[in-house]
Design a binder for this molecule. Structure first.
Ligand code: FUB
Length: 454
């Protein structure tokens, strides 16, 4: 994105009192975001990720570092509004100051309130505890409880509100217990299990819902109910890094029967994955994370979304991560074709600036015939009569832009002395509609983005 456009978008965001992020994967493009829990409240998607930061001096430099949580919302899974910080480590009475351990959260609505569940390092004792902050609106303000939930030691809370009327909390390596109606305490009638830790016997409340399923280094449980089945989905280490897997049951607390993978290991070795699954406007989505903006340090991650589909028997089809992600892109804003639907002819992508990965990517076309496709672009009312490209080329070249089946524009592109430049070219009028695009290079060039306007 060039300086001028970025400035306009930022100024508009400031004027509206919000920051806006653009479409495609990753969906949050101005900060690290991980462990995404997505919920639908009041017809909108609310995204509650954890917030990775670069470890400040004095903190362990090779580990997760998280001091607060933001909440984001979206009407269309394309533009996300950042509502800012909702909970921060040094304003939660029970959290050890500067412990930077605000790991994966969840948020649910019940009886007129929003309950935000989050793990952190308690001031008293070691390990992790799970606290709750309560709000009247999904955007907050959230008021943290003075104490964490008694009986839970661990990370990664997720709350399932089952059709039996109860709320169940899952955490850590798949433990599950019923919550009281107040959503702040574990119910009194939970089962208890005695476990051995070396010579010590420890009583644990609830059940191990991952019992009998593959669960090496399991974490991040996310449970939901669909069509009379309960799904317990979770990351675990199959070989060296995490996959997302799941089991199904007729009961919220299990036993769950293992069904298979939702997503295989990340191809680049990013060690963690963490997810949630949500139905929004009739389509199921998998929210997950990957270290796109931090290729050399996988503890700084970024939230992505892809569509998820069920088989007729209720099992889940494996999701292959894409760069294109979901949603319909607005043709009049920069379309980052490096988030392609498909690519070929020698085209590839590379970071625009390896000193600032948030600047994103360019598509590199080494010569004639390199191509990318980018699906689902909406030309809005009024249509489009020009195409703008941000590109660089050593020598004058051409490209073709196929817009749906109907339109094919040949773009004459002057040399830019290999400097990034924006060029606007008139094209035959394109009617308002949703189109799939194909961009094919006629010679060597790099493209940052294209857009189509009137
Ligand atoms: O984000 C910190 C931890 O990494 C989460 O709590 C785990 O699920 C893993 O994603």
């Amino acid at each position: 994105m060039n300086g001028f456009i970025k400035t306009c978008v930022t100024l508009l965001g400031v004027m509206l009192g919000m920051a806006s992020a653009m479409a495609q994967n990753p969906v949050i493009r101005d900060q690290f975001s991980a462990d995404p829990t997505a919920r639908v409240f009041n017809g909108k998607i609310y995204l509650f990720p954890s917030h990775d930061i670069k470890p400040p001096a004095g903190q362990r430099q090779d580990w997760f570092c998280m001091e607060d949580y933001h909440v984001f919302s979206s009407d269309d899974l394309v533009d996300f509004t950042d509502h800012g910080v909702i909970v921060t480590q040094n304003k939660v009475p029970w959290v050890r100051p500067n412990s930077y351990s605000m790991w994966a959260p969840d948020c649910v609505y019940r009886n007129g309130k929003y309950y935000f569940y989050f793990p952190s390092a308690p001031a008293a004792g070691g390990g992790f505890a799970v606290g709750v902050a309560v709000a009247d609106k999904p955007e907050g303000p959230y008021v943290p409880q003075a104490e964490p939930i008694k009986g839970i030691g661990g990370i990664d809370p997720c709350v399932l509100q089952a059709s039996d009327g109860n709320a169940y909390i899952f955490w850590g390596a798949g433990r599950c217990a019923k919550l009281k109606e107040n959503m702040l305490e574990l119910a009194d009638d939970n089962p208890k299990e005695t476990m051995r830790w070396g010579n010590r016997e420890i009583e644990s409340i609830g059940v191990n819902a991952l019992q009998g399923m593959p669960s090496r280094q399991a974490e991040g449980p996310f449970a939901f109910e669909y069509n009379g089945n309960y799904y317990l989905t979770y990351p675990y280490v199959r070989e060296n890094t995490e996959v997302l897997a799941y089991g199904m049951s007729k009961n919220p607390m299990g036993p769950y029967e293992y069904k298979g993978l939702i997503m295989a290991e990340h191809a680049n070795g990013c060690w963690t994955n963490h997810h949630s699954i949500v139905n929004f406007k009739g389509q199921w989505y998998l929210f997950y994370h990957h270290n796109d903006y931090s290729p050399k340090f996988d503890k700084n991650r970024a939230v992505c979304i892809d569509s998820l589909f069920f088989n007729p028997d209720g099992t889940i089809q494996e999701v292959k991560p894409t760069l294109r992600g979901v949603g319909i892109s607005n043709a009049s804003k920069p379309i980052q074709i490096d988030r392609y639907s498909d690519i070929g002819g020698g085209a590839s992508i590379e970071y625009l600036d390896t000193l600032d990965y948030f600047k994103g990517w360019a598509t590199v076309f080494p010569g004639e015939g390199g191509w990318v496709t980018y699906n689902k672009v909406r030309v809005a009312d009024g249509g489009a009569t020009s195409v703008t490209l941000r590109y660089r080329a050593k020598a004058a070249t051409t490209a073709t832009l196929q817009v749906g089946a109907q339109y094919k524009a040949t773009l004459k592109l002057p040399a830019t002395n290999n400097q990034w430049k924006e060029t606007t070219l008139k094209v035959k009028a394109i009617k308002p509609e949703v189109y799939d695009l194909k961009f094919t290079a006629g010679g060597a060039l790099d493209v940052d983005w294209i857009c189509m306007t009137k």
